[in-house]
Design a protein around this ligand. Structure first.
Ligand code: IYR
Length: 236
């Protein structure tokens, strides 16, 4: 039988020096594959960004599960250059709200976001009020680790930090949705205040913030449509 790969991974030389283990993979029957594909798609089609959270508590264990799911994301050189900083502390949430609203006030009311940007947001009707940051039971801030530090304080380069964190953020959002909670990808820019409020070191930068909780009863969301397949899938 002709070999499929001329250059198998790992090469015998590599396998002699690095530890490799068998891939754990479950082969599914074709109908089961289709069922799972549509079930997951239907689940994700129901995800919406929420801006009206209830103050109902959410167990910390659920947040941990979402963080650890996110942390399965592929990352450059497997550096996992992310930190999920979580808080349910009312005083910390208050400080985040106050600082976020001040940045957003400049964005919206002092026109740090230009007219084109504000027009793009008009259909969503967002403004500088961010009460949900205090009301939602949890705030999770994903920090990107721009470089690592060894015990001696030497810098260790990370790779594809934004891409890695973007993928982790996507998995986090999916995990939160799958467990029946809601979130919002929120970026009250500039977000440097989050490093101060949350006491993070200089090698970490805020990437995106997620208020998390149950939706307030009768919450409304914009009546948006998602792009059809022709607009997002191109086969060559
Ligand atoms: N960060 C602001 C503005 C904002 C920007 C985009 I792009 C959005 O999709 C939504 C909001 C805010 O959160 O209000």
């Amino acid at each position: 039988m002709a070999r499929l790969y001329e250059h198998p991974y790992p090469s015998p030389e590599l396998a002699a020096t690095q530890r490799f283990i068998p891939l754990v993979h479950t082969r599914l029957p074709p109908d089961e594959m289709a069922t799972r594909a549509t079930r997951f798609r239907d689940t994700m089609e129901r995800r919406r960004s929420v801006r009206m959270f209830s103050d109902e508590p959410v167990p910390r264990a659920l947040i941990e599960h979402a963080v650890m799911t996110a942390s399965t994301a592929p990352s450059g050189a497997h550096r996992q250059p992310w930190r999920f900083v979580v808080t349910s502390d009312p005083e910390v949430k208050r400080q985040i709200r106050v600082a976020a609203e001040e940045e957003e006030r400049v964005n919206y009311l002092d026109n740090r976001m230009n007219d084109e940007w504000q027009e793009a947001l008009a259909p969503l009707g967002t403004d500088h009020h961010k009460e949900f940051l205090e009301i939602a039971p949890w705030i999770v801030v994903l920090f990107e680790e721009r470089y690592g530090l060894d015990t001696a304080g030497n810098r260790r380069k990370n790779y594809y930090v934004k891409e890695s964190c973007g993928i982790a953020a996507g998995l986090f959002v999916a995990a939160i949705h799958e467990m029946g909670l809601c979130t919002l990808t929120h970026t009250p820019s500039p977000m440097r205040f989050l490093s101060e409020v949350l006491g993070r070191p200089d090698n970490e930068r805020p990437f995106v913030m997620f208020p998390i909780g149950f939706p307030l009863e009768d919450t409304l969301v914009p009546d948006i449509e998602r792009k059809p397949i022709e607009d997002v899938l191109i086969e060559v």
